[in-house]
Design a protein around this ligand. Structure first.
Ligand SMILES: Cc1cc2nc3c(=O)[nH]c(=O)nc-3n(C[C@H](O)[C@H](O)[C@H](O)COP(=O)(O)OP(=O)(O)OC[C@H]3O[C@@H](n4cnc5c(N)ncnc54)[C@H](O)[C@@H]3O)c2cc1C
Length: 440
């Protein structure tokens, strides 16, 4: 009987456990997690904050699902891995022997260092306990300040605004999420935030959080303004939780480096999900994602390989379907480039590949609040953004991810036409039927 240890009960860890159980009926599977709530939807936390989703709606697995999978769940923090002895030390717990180990420890919010950061009322949004804490503090708070960028900052802004809080959103630069969205898209989001009553502060950087009796009372900006607030939320990017790996000699860069089988440099130790830095065949680089879908598919491949399969993980173009200021938005492939002053690293629901746009021509069209932008390469679409009407979301995911040959419509696309959506819709119908014939 093979003994498997999985550190982390997130999307990657659970997918790996399912894959192992499917491949190895007799396996002993130990799942170690330091999150008291186990497995739940982290993207769902945004909807929990706004009040659209009750807490019990966050949990996709019941106790029965776990017992059907015959997983032993161990609550505790994995503290040390001994790769030679094949053992894992759990805090105030047993030393666990393993034959195969998966490190799926995810990522945590980067923490700004500044005076006042430890005051009561300073919050972030990593996990369910954070979301509960935000809601608890929001009961008494009247005014909140949010700093940072990407999806998480906006989710906190929207969650608190939905709870009726006077919300200030500080942006270091001139616009929101500038290395993924183009100027028009940023403005669309900003206008919607302003219409909801959010007060945007451009070119505004925090210099100090001021407390009173240990509690946040105000913030000072670098240009000397003082804004009274009861809460300060930050979302300036995330850091893969790689300390355990570093300590035991697993090779790391920004995350844990894995090969195309999701194995680390050490025998029998694998990694998947937000903590793993995975080779991207399109850019030729090893990249980080913080996306639910890739975390699950990496977990599945890692689990199969841990159980003896020989499966290559081919990273597809990244995509995310999310909501930005109430506007459903799909982001696919390479759509932007350059740094973003509001984020030190990638954010949640983000991928380093979103901002690796090589030379491309932009084609875009707008109709009411609906917006479509596609990045046109020599023979393929490199990326796309679909805001509002999502009719083209799935087709574009397929066309970008499957690298459809777009030569027949390339000229039409780059001519700049309002009929962009129709051209793509027609092309999709033709491509899909050809693809179906090829597959048949
Ligand atoms: C607020 C928010 C919004 C998001 N929005 C989106 C979105 O719109 N779209 C999208 O695709 N993705 C989104 N994501 C990201 C997505 O949820 C993650 O990519 C995904 O959860 C990663 O799964 P994972 O298994 O790698 O890590 P995680 O889900 O982070 O799980 C890691 C687990 O490991 C545990 N752990 C870490 N270290 C140890 C240790 N030493 N010992 C024991 N346990 C340990 C942690 O407690 C945690 O349970 C969002 C995430 C958040 C938090």
């Amino acid at each position: 009987m093979r003994r498997y240890a999985i550190i982390g009960s997130g999307a990657a860890g659970i997918a790996a456990a399912e894959a192992i159980r499917t491949s190895d009926a007799a396996a002993e599977i130990n799942l170690i997690s330091d999150d008291p709530h186990g497995f739940y939807s982290r993207p769902g936390l945004a909807y929990f904050l706004t009040g659209e989703l009750p807490e019990d709606g966050l949990f996709p697995f019941s106790d029965k699902d776990f017992s059907n999978l015959r997983i032993r769940r161990i609550r505790g923090q994995a503290e040390q891995i001994d790769p030679q002895a094949h053992t894992l030390q759990i805090s105030q717990g047993p030393t666990l022997p393993f034959d195969r180990l998966l490190i799926a420890t995810g990522a945590c919010a980067s923490r700004p260092s500044m005076p006042g950061i430890d005051l009561e009322g300073v919050v972030k949004l990593d996990h369910l306990e954070d979301a509960r804490r935000i809601l608890h503090l929001a009961h008494r708070a009247k005014t909140v300040v949010v700093v940072g960028g990407g999806i998480t900052a906006l989710e906190i802004v929207e969650g608190l605004r939905a709870r009726g809080k006077r919300t200030h959103y500080f942006l270091r630069g001139d616009r929101y999420w500038s290395n993924v969205l183009d100027e028009h898209e940023s403005r669309l989001i900003e206008q919607r935030l302003q219409a909801e009553g959010v007060q945007l502060h451009y070119q505004t950087e925090l210099s100090e959080i001021i407390g009173s009796k240990g509690q946040v009372a105000a913030v000072r900006t670098q240009d000397g303004r003082l804004i009274k607030t009861d809460m300060l939320a930050f979302a300036i990017g995330i850091q893969p939780r790689k300390t355990l790996a570093v300590q035991c000699g697993v090779m790391t860069d920004r995350g844990i480096l894995v090969d195309d089988h999701l194995q680390t440099n050490l025998p029998d130790i694998f990694s998947a999900g937000d903590v793993a830095q995975v080779f991207d065949p399109i850019s030729g680089k090893s990249v980080l994602d913080s996306l639910w879908g890739p975390a699950r598919s990496q977990g599945t491949t890692a689990g199969k390989n841990m159980a003896g399969a020989d499966e290559v993980y081919r990273k597809p173009a990244a995509f995310n379907v999310t909501r930005l200021s109430g506007l459903t938005t799909t982001i696919i492939g390479n759509v932007g480039k350059g740094p973003d002053g509001d984020l030190l690293t990638i954010a949640r629901g983000d991928s380093e590949t979103f901002r690796q746009l090589p030379d491309a021509i932009t084609a875009q069209a707008d109709f009411n609040v609906n917006h479509l932008r596609v990045l046109v390469g020599e023979r393929h679409l490199l990326g796309a953004i679909v805001m509002g009407d999502q009719t083209l979301s799935k087709p574009l995911q397929h066309l970008v991810i499957r690298r459809a040959e777009i030569t027949p419509i390339r000229q039409q696309l780059i001519q700049g036409t309002a009929a962009l959506a129709d051209i793509l819709a027609d092309f999709w119908i033709q491509w899909r039927s050809k693809d179906a014939q090829t597959l048949a």
